[in-house]
Design a binder for this molecule. Structure first.
Ligand SMILES: [Zn+2]
Ligand SMILES: [Zn+2]
Ligand SMILES: [Zn+2]
Ligand SMILES: [Zn+2]
Ligand SMILES: [Zn+2]
Ligand SMILES: [Zn+2]
Length: 286
């Protein structure tokens, strides 16, 4: 891969040097960002891995060798020759006119692409310097080729070669990297709560996200069941979720909600109104 990457960089240097000077810096940064996404350094060289153990190194090397021998390639720019029949773009299936510019991939002889269609099957991004990876009659960027074969840790972005890993929230994690999003406490084997697809330990979750009970004004922690109505929250206990007037528990009962207060019946609601009226009368009696 190293020999190849030198060719890529020479070619892209030439490309950048042909841009107006004020655009060169931007193009260089953009390319670096795309490269880091499509071909992360830690996918290419084990020295850039922080999570790879000595035991896993042979697996990494086997993967890298298979990728080099069976998958990696660079798309070549050429001209379509459709003199002996209709030629279609592998991706969009559109007809390629005779002599139009197209990309060809050595690992998929007989196929060609519109330059704008030479993209990763997974992320649909244009491939940086036309570097592609072949698998199952399709082309991918480096990241998504690897993702077809191994899980990738959502926390550190490295490919997981360990036999054991954590799968949670539709993502994969090194066991030691499945941590609270806020305090970094390891969560393997622990209870956690997911919010916006990120895991939190119970303590942080309560501190950051717990709602305040409208009745007792204390937080509704992850361990205590709660009731919610619109913007209002209560502990789901007979004390907190109860009639404002007579104290009857409203759990599994009909209730009225008026001005943020719970009532068991129209009668109890009416009693507050009466009390209110009476105190008004007392205070403003002439
Ligand atoms: Zn196309
Ligand atoms: Zn991709
Ligand atoms: Zn990790
Ligand atoms: Zn935490
Ligand atoms: Zn409460
Ligand atoms: Zn009541």
């Amino acid at each position: 891969m190293l020999g190849e990457s030198q060719i890529f960089s020479k070619r892209s240097q030439k490309y950048v040097s042909m841009l107006p000077e004020d655009k060169q810096e931007f193009a260089t940064q953009l390319r670096r960002r795309q490269l880091q996404r499509q071909l992360p350094l830690h996918d290419l060289d084990p020295r850039f891995c922080n999570s790879l153990t000595d035991k896993e190194l042979p697996k990494y090397e086997k993967f890298a060798e298979k990728r080099r021998k069976k998958a990696a390639g660079i798309g070549n720019i050429g001209e379509v020759d459709s003199s002996c029949g209709c030629v279609k773009c592998h991706s969009c299936k559109g007809v390629m006119e005779n002599r139009c510019v197209a990309v060809f991939a050595g690992r998929m002889v007989g196929s060609c692409w519109h330059p704008g269609c030479f993209t990763c099957k997974s992320c649909k991004e244009l491939l940086v310097d036309n570097i592609y990876f072949y698998k199952g009659a399709e082309i991918y960027c480096g990241r998504h080729y690897a993702d077809l074969l191994y899980p990738r840790c959502f926390a550190c972005d490295e490919i997981i070669f360990a036999r054991e890993y954590t799968q949670a929230e539709n993502r994969a994690w090194h066991v030691q990297h499945f941590c609270c999003w806020y305090c970094d406490a390891p969560l393997a084997g622990q209870r956690y709560i997911a919010k916006n697809n990120n895991p939190y330990c119970i303590v942080c979750f309560d501190r950051l996200f717990s709602k305040i009970c409208s009745t007792c004004q204390r937080p509704i922690t992850a361990d205590s069941p709660g009731m919610t109505h619109g913007d209002l929250h209560w502990h789901a206990c007979p004390h907190c979720f109860s009639c404002h007037v007579c104290g009857t528990s409203l759990i599994n009962n009909h209730f009225l909600l008026r001005e943020g207060n719970l009532y068991c019946s129209v009668d109890c609601r009416q009693r507050t109104l009466n009390v209110h009226q009476a105190s008004l009368a007392r205070n403003y009696a002439t």
